[in-house]
Ligand binder design. Structure first.
Ligand code: 3HC
Length: 695
C-alpha cells in the first residue's frame, strides 16, 4: 500500500549550498541521519534543484553530525511513513539518474540504506575512519533499495555476499581496495569532495552502479553453495541470510531492472515475518537497556582512569582484558605468584591467539599487556578508580575482601563484585561506603561475551550506575541493570530450566532428547551440553560417597564433562559427543531408587517445562522490579546465553506464542512440577487481560 503524506515537513533536514558550480547537499538529522521520510523528500528536492539549475555542474552529498546516513529509519517500519513517497528505492534511482555527477562524501558509517545511497552516487569518497555496511540482515531484512543488485556490481559477488549475508561492515581502506570507494580523503572531507566533484564534472557517460557488468560477468555459480556451506552453522535458523544470498544471486542472473523486483519481493516477505519483527525489536531493546529509569537528570559519571581486578583466574583475566583492550590500565591482584603468573600467561596467550587470527597486531598485543600491572597485595589497588572483585563464590570471602578494600580504596572509587548469585547489599554492608558498591556480573569467557549484568544494590549511588553503564559501552559490552535477587536476571531464569530438565531425565527423557529440543529451538546448545562444557563438577560438594542426584553420581565417577572426556555424554579425542549407555543406566538406577515412574516424554512437554518455566520466572523478575523492563530480560538471554535473536528473547517469544498458550501449557505441567513451581501473578494477569510483556 502506498500512502502520500499530506503534511510535508516544514523544516527539511536537508539543506543545500553552492560552492562554485558544485551543489553541496547536506543532511542534518541527528542522531544518525537515518533516511526517514523528511530526509528522503529533501534529497529528492536537492537533486531536482541541481537538475534545474544550469549553473550546477556536479553534486556532493554529505552529512553533518557523527555519521553519513546510517540506513533507513527503523522506527518508521510498520508505520505509514515507511511507505510515504518518495520511498528509498525511488530516491536512489533519482540520484543515479541525475545527469550531473553526484559524489557521496562519507564519514562515520554508511550503513544499509546509507550504503545504498552511496552506491547510487556516481562516485564515493571517504575519510579513512569511515565504514560501509549492509547490516539489514541483522534486522531480519536485506538491502531493499537496490543494494543487493548494485553492491555485487561494484565490489564483486564474493564481497557482496559476505557484506549482505553477515551484515558486518568494512573499513574505508577495504572499501577502497574492493572498488566501493573511489578516493580516500585525508583532511577535511567536504572541501576535498568538492574538489573531486570538480574533477569529474565533465565525465560522460556517468558511471552507474546498476549498469555495471564487469564485476558480475562469469560468476561461478558454485560460489553461492560454497558460501552457504562455510556459514551454515552461523546462519542456522535465520531466514534473512538465505534471502540475502538469493538476492545477490539474482544480480548475477537477471538484468538490474528485473533483479530489483526480485529484491523487493524478498524484502517484503522478510519484512512481514516474525523474525524481522523480533530482530528489529531487539535492536531497540539493546539500546533501551542502557537507559536507567528514575535517576536524577544531572547525574554525571565518575572518571575511570585505572581499574583494579582481584583474582587472576579465568574470570579475572577475561575481565581485565576488556579494559586493557580499551586502553585502560589494569592492576590485577592474586594471592600467590604462581597463580598470578598463570593468569597473566593465559591473558597473553589469548591475545596472541587473536593476533594469530589477524584480528590484532603484535604491537597491539604488547600495548595491551603493557597496560597490565600484576601484584600480590590488595594495597596495590589504592589508586584505582574502579575495583572489580572476581574471586570464587563465597560470601564470607567476599565480605572480607570488601572490608579490606574499604580501608585501601581511595575515596570515590567504585567497588564492584563479579558475583553471579550473591547478595550485593550484604557485600556492600561490609564496607562503610555502600553507595560505591555495585555488581558487575560478566559472563564467561568475559573477554568475549557481550553481556554485563549491572546489579543495583539498595544503596548504589546514581553516579556509580551511570559510570558503570558508560564504561560498559566503552569496553563494548551491552549492560543490563538487574536488582538484587539470587542469580539476578540470567542465572535466576536458568534455575527453573535446570531443575525441570534434571527431573525430566528421571521421568524418561534422555539428555540427547532435551538438548535436541533446545538446539532445534535455536539455542546454541542444550542444558546438558552446556553442563558438560562448563563442567559438571561446578558447585559439586567433592564427596564421592554422597550421591544425592544424577550430577553427584557423574562427578563421583569422574564424569566432569568435556575436560575429562566424559560427562552427560561420552567424548572422543576430538571432543565429539555421543550418547552414553553408562549415563543412561545411572539415570535409570536413580529413577528406580527415587521411585520415579519412567514414561515417554514429548518434545512439547520439554518446551513447556523448561522454556515456559523460564518465561514464568522472567515474569516474576519483572513483577518484583528486578528488571526494569521485559526487553532487558530478552537482552540478557540473547547476549548471555545465546537465545536465538530471531525469536527476540524469552519475553518477546512468549508474546508471539501468546500468553494464554503459555499459561495453558504451564497449567498442564503444574502437577508434575510440584512444589518447584509457582505461577507468576503478572503472567496470569497479562494472559487474562490479553496483554503482552513487550511492545
Ligand atoms: N533508524 C532509526 N534509529 C536509529 C537507527 C536507524 N537506522 N540507527 C540508530 N538509531 C538510533 C538508535 O536507536 C539510538 O537511539 P536512542 O538514542 O534513542 O537510543 C540512536 O540512533 C543512536 O544509536 P546508537 O546508540 O546505536 O549509536 P552508536 O553511535 O553506538 O551507533 C550506528 C551508531 C553504528 C549507526 C548504530 O546505531 C547502528 O548500527 N544503527 C543501525 C544501522 C542499520 O541497521 N541500518 C540499516 C537499517 S535498515 C535499512 O536501511 C533498509 C534499507 O535497505 C531499505
Amino acid at each position: 500500500m502506498t500512502e502520500v503524506l499530506d503534511t510535508p515537513a516544514t523544516t527539511s533536514p536537508i539543506s543545500t549550498r553552492k560552492h562554485g558550480d558544485v551543489l553541496i547537499v547536506l543532511s542534518n538529522s541527528p542522531p544518525v541521519n537515518a533516511l526517514g521520510h523528511a530526509v528522503r523528500e529533501g534529497l529528492v528536492a536537492a537533486i531536482e534543484q541541481a537538475q534545474g539549475d544550469d549553473s550546477v555542474k556536479a553534486v556532493v552529498i554529505a552529512c553533518e553530525g557523527q555519521t553519513f546516513f546510517a540506513g533507513a529509519d527503523v522506527s518508521e517500519f510498520g508505520t505509514p511513513k515507511a511507505f510515504a513517497q518518495p520511498m528509498l528505492p525511488q530516491v536512489v534511482d533519482i540520484i543515479e539518474n541525475s545527469t550531473k555527477p553526484v559524489v557521496a562524501a562519507v564519514h562515520g558509517t554508511a550503513l544499509g540504506g546509507g550504503c545504498e545511497v552511496a552506491l547510487a552516487c556516481h562516485y564515493r569518497v571517504a575519510v579513512p575512519t569511515a565504514k560501509f555496511g549492509t547490516p539489514e540482515v541483522k534486522l531480519g531484512l536485506l538491502p531493499g533499495a537496490g543494494g543487493t543488485q548494485r553492491l555485487p556490481r561494484v565490489v564483486g559477488v564474493k564481497k557482496a555476499l559476505e557484506m549482505c549475508a553477515t551484515g558486518n561492515p568494512i573499513g574505508a581502506k577495504a572499501a577502497f581496495d574492493c572498488g566501493l570507494v573511489d578516493r580516500l580523503i585525508e583532511g577535511d572531507l567536504i572541501p576535498h569532495a568538492v574538489a573531486y566533484a570538480e574533477e569529474v564534472r565533465d565525465v560522460t557517460p556517468l558511471p552507474k552502479s546498476s549498469e555495471r557488468q564487469d564485476r558480475i560477468a562469469d560468476t561461478d555459480p558454485g560460489v553461492f553453495d560454497a558460501f552457504r556451506k562455510d556459514h551454515g552453522r552461523k546462519f542456522r535458523g535465520f531466514d534473512a541470510p538465505e534471502a540475502n544470498i538469493q538476492a545477490v544471486k539474482v544480480a548475477t542472473e537477471k538484468p538490474y531492472a528485473e533483479g530489483v523486483l526480485d529484491e523487493r519481493k524478498l524484502f517484503m516477505e522478510l519484512m512481514s515475518g516474525t523474525q524481522a519483527k523480533a530482530q528489529q525489536y531487539f535492536f531497540f531493546s539493546e539500546r533501551k537497556a542502557a537507559k536507567i529509569d528514575g535517576l536524577p537528570d544531572d547525574t554525571r559519571p565518575r572518571s575511570i582512569q585505572k581499574v583494579g581486578v582481584i583474582g587472576a583466574g579465568t574470570m579475572g583475566g577475561g575481565i581485565s582484558m576488556n579494559f586493557l583492550s580499551a586502553g585502560i590500565p589494569v592492576t590485577i591482584v592474586e594471592m600467590a605468584q604462581d597463580a598470578l603468573d598463570r593468569g597473566t600467561g593465559v591473558m597473553r596467550k589469548n591475545y596472541e591467539a587473536t593476533a594469530a587470527k589477524g584480528r590484532m597486531t603484535a604491537d597491539q598485543v604488547e600495548q595491551a599487556m603493557g597496560l597490565l600491572t600484576p601484584k600480590l597485595e590488595l594495597e596495590a589497588l589504592a589508586d584505582c578508580d574502579l575495583i572489580i572483585e572476581a574471586v570464587y563464590e563465597n560470601m564470607d570471602v567476599k565480605k572480607e575482601i570488601f572490608g579490606k578494600l574499604d580501608t585501601i580504596a581511595k575515596p570515590g572509587a567504585i567497588l564492584a563484585s563479579n558475583t553471579s548469585y550473591l547478595n550485593i547489599d550484604e557485600i556492600a554492608a561490609s564496607t562503610s561506603r555502600p553507595g560505591d558498591v555495585v555488581g558487575m556480573h560478566f559472563f564467561s569467557p568475559a573477554n568475549i561475551m557481550k553481556l554485563l549484568e549491572v546489579v543495583r544494590g539498595a544503596k548504589t549511588a546514581p553516579d556509580v550506575l551511570v559510570t558503570v553503564m558508560g564504561l560498559a559501552k566503552k569496553i563494548k559490552k551491552v549492560a543490563v541493570v538487574a536488582g538484587v535477587c539470587h542469580g539476578f536476571i540470567g542465572n535466576r531464569m536458568l534455575m527453573p530450566r535446570q531443575v525441570e530438565a534434571t527431573k525430566l531425565l528421571l521421568e524418561g527423557a534422555s539428555p540427547e532428547q532435551i538438548d535436541r529440543v533446545h538446539v532445534e529451538f535455536g539455542m546454541p546448545m542444550g542444558p546438558f551440553q552446556m553442563a558438560d562444557l562448563a563442567g559438571v563438577d561446578i558447585g559439586w560438594h567433592r564427596d564421592p560417597s554422597r550421591i544425592e542426584n544424577v550430577r553427584d553420581a557423574l562427578c563421583a565417577i569422574d564424569r566432569w564433562g568435556q575436560k575429562k572426556g566424559a560427562g552427560f555424554y561420552d567424548y572422543d579425542d576430538k571432543r565429539r559427543p555421543s550418547p552414553s549407555p553408562k549415563v543412561q543406566q545411572i539415570i535409570e538406577d536413580f529413577a528406580a531408587k527415587e521411585g520415579v515412574e519412567r514414561r515417554e516424554i514429548s518434545d512439547q512437554e520439554i518446551i513447556e517445562r523448561t522454556l515456559y518455566t523460564m518465561v514464568n520466572e522472567g515474569a516474576k523478575i519483572l513483577e518484583e522490579g528486578m528488571a526494569q523492563r521485559a526487553s532487558d530480560i530478552d537482552v540478557v538471554w540473547v547476549y548471555g546465553y545465546g537465545w536465538p535473536v530471531y525469536r527476540g528473547g524469552p519475553m518477546f517469544w512468549a508474546d508471539t506464542e501468546g500468553l494464554p498458550k503459555i499459561v495453558e501449557g504451564l497449567k498442564r505441567q503444574e502437577q508434575r512440577m510440584g512444589s518447584d513451581f509457582s505461577f507468576s501473578q503478572l503472567l496470569l494477569d497479562k494472559a487474562e487481560r490479553g496483554e503482552k510483556f513487550t511492545r
